[in-house]
Design a protein around this ligand. Structure first.
Ligand code: SF4
Length: 465
C-alpha cells in the first residue's frame, strides 16, 4: 500500500484562505452518483470550507460552483452539460469559479468536449482530489484554466479535511478501485485498480467518529469484501487485519458505534470467514446487499460476473442457514445484450425464490469504453422497458407481502431526525433499510428506541414508540 504524503498539497488550503480573507465567499456543490462520490464530496467540502467558503444551496449566490460527476448512468453526461450550460451565464455575470471533478473527468472524450465547448476553471479527476486546493489557487492566481487528471492508479490519500453531511450516520471508504471488469461497468477504467486503506487509518477514523457521537458507520468500496485481497496476493498486507472479515470484527469492537453496514460487496468474495464475521458481530447489519445483476447463467457469463444462477442461490441459502434473520437487497440490470425471454424469466425466478427486501432495478444502457457496448445482440429499448415493468410489478407485489410481515413487530431503531416530508414526524430505519415514521420527542434523535410497526405504505412504514 503506497500512502501519499500530502503535506505540500494541504498547504494550498491556507494559501487560498489568505486570498479569500474577509470576502464572505460562498460555494455550491452538486454530487452525482454513488455513496463513494458522496464521500469524496464530503472531502471536497471539508477542503473548501477550510479555504474560507461557506456552503449555499442557491447557485446564484455562489462564488465557486463544484460538480462532482459520475459516469455510471447514461443520462449523467446530458445532466452535466445541461448544468454547465446554465452556469455559463453566472460566470459571465459575476466571474463564478467553475470546478468539475469526479469519475466523468477520467473520460478523455468528455474532458475534450468541456474544453472545446464550455466554460470552466478547474478540472480534476478521481486520483487528484488532494490537488484541488492547489489547482484552485493556480486558477485564481494565474487566471488560467487548470486540468489536473492522472491516468495511473492513485495512491491512498489520508488526512484530507472532511465536512460530513450527517451527524449520526457516516460513510468510511475502506478501499478504492475495482479489478473485476464486469463488462457493462466503467468503474475500473475511471477509478483504477483495487487498493485498500491501511486498517489502522480506518479504525482511527471510526474511533474519531464514535467520539464525535456518530452511531452508524457504512464501510464503502467498489468491491468491499475483497478488502486487502490484492495486498495479500502481493505479500503486502498487514499481519493482523488483512481481510474484510477481520476488519469487520475490529470495527465491531469500537465503543459507541451501534450499527455497521457495508456496500458494495461482490457475491464471489463472500467467503466463509466474512459470513462468520457477519454472524458473530452483533453490530454488523444482517441486511446484506448482494448484487445479482441477472438470474441467467448465460448473461452472468457475458457480464463477467464469475458466478452462476445456482451459485448465487446456494450462497443465499448458505447465509440463511448460518446467519439468523438475514435479509437481502440486490441490484438487477434488465436488457443486457443477448438477454432472451428465457434469460429474463431466470431473473424473475431468482427474485421469486429469494424475496429481496429491496431491489435496485436498472435498464441496461451502453457505456462508451466498456466491452458490453461493443457486444452483438443489443436489446431494443421497447423490450427492455417491458421487461423492466414486469420486474417492477413482481417486486411491488412481493414488497406488499414482505411489508405486511413487519406489522405488529417491535424493532429497535436508531432515530435519525425529522421526516423529510413531514417535519412533525421522526424517522428511523429498520435494519433492512425501510423508512419508518412516527410521532415522538426531539430528545429521541440519536437514540436507539423500540418502535412498533403499525401500518405499511409500500415505500415506508408507520410506527409508534
Ligand atoms: S464489481 Fe463490477 S459492477 Fe462493481 S465496480 Fe467492479 S466492475 Fe463495476
Amino acid at each position: 500500500m503506497t500512502k501519499k504524503d500530502i503535506k505540500n498539497e494541504l498547504e494550498y488550503i491556507e494559501k487560498v484562505k489568505n486570498i479569500n480573507e474577509g470576502r464572505n465567499l460562498k460555494y455550491n456543490i452538486l454530487t452525482m452518483g454513488c455513496q463513494l462520490n458522496e464521500n469524496d464530496s464530503e472531502k471536497i467540502c471539508g477542503m473548501v470550507e477550510k479555504m474560507g467558503y461557506t456552503k449555499t444551496d442557491e447557485i446564484l449566490e455562489a462564488d465557486l460552483v463544484i460538480y462532482n460527476t459520475c459516469c455510471v448512468r447514461e443520462n449523467a453526461e446530458e445532466k452535466l452539460f445541461g448544468k454547465l450550460g446554465e452556469v455559463k451565464k453566472l460566470k459571465e455575470a459575476k466571474g463564478t469559479i467553475i470546478a468539475i471533478g469526479g469519475c466523468m473527468m477520467q473520460e478523455k472524450h468528455i474532458v475534450e468536449k468541456i474544453k472545446k465547448s464550455y466554460k470552466y476553471d478547474v478540472i480534476f479527476g478521481t486520483h487528484t482530489l488532494q490537488n484541488f486546493p492547489k489547482d484552485l489557487y493556480n486558477a485564481i492566481m494565474q487566471n488560467k484554466k487548470i486540468t489536473d487528471i492522472l491516468d495511473i492508479d492513485g495512491e491512498i490519500i489520508e488526512g484530507l479535511p472532511i465536512k460530513r453531511e450527517d451527524n449520526i450516520r457516516a460513510s468510511v471508504t475502506i478501499m478504492n478501485g475495482c479489478n473485476n471488469f464486469c463488462t457493462y461497468c466503467i468503474v475500473p477504467y475511471v477509478r483504477g485498480r483495487e487498493r485498500s486503506r491501511n486498517p489502522e487509518d480506518i479504525l482511527d477514523e471510526v474511533k474519531k467518529l464514535a467520539q464525535d457521537g456518530y452511531k452508524e458507520i457504512t464501510l464503502l468500496g467498489q468491491n468491499v469484501n475483497s478488502y486487502m485481497r490484492v495486498e495479500r496476493e502481493r505479500g503486502e498486507a498487514p499481519e493482523e487485519i488483512n481481510s474484510f472479515a477481520k476488519l469487520l470484527r475490529a470495527v465491531n469492537e469500537i465503543e459507541g458505534i451501534e450499527k455497521i453496514r457495508f456496500i458494495s460487496p461482490h457475491p464471489k468474495d463472500f467467503t466463509d470467514d466474512v459470513i462468520e464475521a457477519i454472524k458473530d458481530c452483533e453490530k454488523v447489519s444482517k441486511f446484506i446487499h448482494l448484487p445479482l445483476q441477472s438470474g441467467s447463467t448465460k448473461v452472468l457469463k457475458l457480464m463477467n460476473r464469475k458466478y452462476s444462477k445456482q451459485q448465487y442461490i446456494d450462497l443465499v441459502e448458505k447465509m440463511k442457514n448460518k446467519i439468523p434473520n438475514v435479509k437481502f437487497s440486490t441490484d438487477i440490470i434488465v436488457g443486457f445484450p443477448e438477454e432472451t425471454e428465457e434469460d429474463f424469466e431466470d431473473t424473475l425466478d431468482v427474485v421469486r425464490k429469494i424475496k429481496f427486501e429491496q431491489i435496485f432495478m436498472f435498464i441496461y444502457s451502453r457505456r462508451v469504453g466498456t466491452p458490453a457496448d461493443k457486444m452483438d445482440g443489443q436489446i431494443p429499448e421497447e423490450i427492455k422497458h417491458k421487461r423492466f415493468d414486469r420486474l417492477k410489478d413482481l417486486y411491488e407485489e412481493m414488497l406488499k407481502e414482505i411489508n405486511k410481515e413487519y406489522i405488529g413487530k417491535t424493532l429497535d431503531m436508531l432515530v435519525e431526525g425529522y421526516s423529510k416530508t413531514n417535519k412533525k414526524l421522526l424517522t428511523a430505519r429498520t435494519d433492512t433499510n425501510k423508512v419508518v415514521v412516527f410521532e415522538g420527542e426531539d430528545s429521541l434523535i440519536g437514540k436507539t428506541v423500540p418502535v412498533e410497526i403499525i401500518s405499511e405504505h409500500m415505500w415506508y412504514l408507520k410506527g409508534r414508540v
